[in-house]
Design a protein around this ligand. Structure first.
Ligand code: PLP
Length: 386
């Protein structure tokens, strides 16, 4: 937030800041989806929907989960919410009691530890290493499990690292989960469609014995460029779904009726979002390739090539400790981001916010030419730290 405020102040002062901090696609919502929303308004489809979401949308979600993820759910096991963030929060709130532990591999999406705290649970951070592509080692998980362990949160493809969990690793994790009857798994699959070959997405709930204890969370914001429509969903066994639905009915009720019609159109675009999504993913992949190549040219920088999502999580820690005249010492990810904002006019997010202070997150939800300009400016500024 501090960096965002600083960037906003600079923009207001007329400085042309390149913003690579956003967690949202730079594309417009595909036309067929937007039209479905417009037509919903024109047809007066503007009233409350059932708390859990419209039956037609929940049926379409079941179809998607069956065809694309090999998961079998019925509409009464689907809860449509105002974004996947709400879905995650409700799952944690529904099953955690005070003192329970929520296991969060780091780097993590910023909201997970706070969600645990909001539920009076304790976040237990499981560090990972860039040399393991930021993937959780099964033995690190096993070492932290006890009778208080309640929820393990997995995010694949990951925000902020872009890492994708291979099926074999998920199977090893499932073997450990199986030994802890009280442990549930929240699998955040938000970036499922934004994945680069040869990486493949595996839904944790599709592994033997895992359906019964997994919350599968997904949504429309990222793959369909629908961040502002606020639409996400959760799929899980009935007893958990009932608890989540009860929470939702008291805090927000059902998601926006117009967005649900748009969401239905999104699912009707075809397998994995069809051409419209494939076009965006192709652009993201080109940008990823460009950024990975560019940052590999910078001495002392470590990168794990993202396999999905639209973020690059770069380890700049070899530059920490450098003093720059008129700025001071760049000592951590926050000061590095302030430095890059001041000297390169590029806004990035400090890795500290994601639980890894060695790194900085670069969002490539921006055009290739914008990224080229940003890289040039970052490279020029980094020379001051050598
Ligand atoms: N999960 C992850 C990993 C995210 O990065 C985000 C958004 O940044 C969300 C969930 C929330 O998505 P939504 O817009 O559907 O609330």
């Amino acid at each position: 937030m501090a960096i965002t405020d600083h960037a906003t102040a600079l923009v207001q002062a007329g400085v042309p800041v390149i913003r690579l901090a956003a967690g949202e696609p730079d594309f417009d919502t595909p036309a067929a989806i937007a039209e479905a929303g417009i037509s919903a308004i024109r047809q007066g489809y503007t009233r409350y929907t059932p708390n859990a979401g419209t039956l037609e949308l929940r049926k379409a979600i079941c179809h998607k989960l069956r065809e694309e993820n090999g998961l079998s759910y019925t509409p009464d096991q689907i809860l449509v919410s105002n974004g996947a963030k709400q879905s995650c929060m409700q799952a944690v709130l529904a099953v955690c009691s005070p003192g329970d532990e929520v296991l969060v591999p780091a780097p993590y999406w910023v909201s997970y530890p706070e969600m645990a705290r909001l539920a009076d649970a304790t976040p237990v951070i499981l560090p990972t290493d860039i040399s393991d592509n930021f993937l959780l080692r099964p033995e690190s998980l096993a070492a932290k499990l006890n009778e208080k362990s309640r929820v393990l949160i997995l995010c694949s493809p990951s925000n902020p690292t872009g890492s994708v969990y291979p099926k074999e690793l998920l199977e090893e994790i499932a073997d450990i989960v199986r030994k802890h009857p009280r442990l549930l798994v929240l699998c955040d699959e938000m970036y499922e469609h934004i994945i680069y070959p040869p990486a493949k997405h595996t839904s944790f709930a599709s592994l033997p014995g895992m359906w019964e204890r997994t919350f599968t969370v997904n949504g429309f914001s990222k793959a369909f460029a629908m961040t502002g429509w606020r639409l996400g969903y959760l799929a899980c066994p009935n007893q958990f779904l009932a608890a989540c639905a009860k929470i939702q009915s008291q805090i927000t009720s059902g998601a926006c009726s117009i967005s649900q019609k748009a969401g239905l159109a999104a699912l009707n675009l075809g397998f994995a979002g069809g051409e419209a999504v494939a076009t965006m993913v192709k652009a993201f992949q080109e940008r990823r390739d460009f950024l990975v190549k560019s940052f590999r040219e910078l001495p002392g920088v470590k990168i794990s090539e993202p396999q999905g999502a639209f973020y690059l999580f770069v380890d700049f820690s070899s530059y920490y400790g450098s003093e720059v005249e008129g700025f001071g010492i760049v000592k951590d990810s926050e000061s590095l981001c302030r430095f890059l904002l001041d000297k390169a006019q590029v806004a990035l997010v400090p890795g500290d916010a994601f639980g890894d202070d060695k790194c900085v997150r670069i969002s490539y939800a921006a055009s290739l030419s914008t990224l080229q300009a940003a890289v040039e400016k970052i490279k020029e500024a980094m020379v001051l730290l050598e």
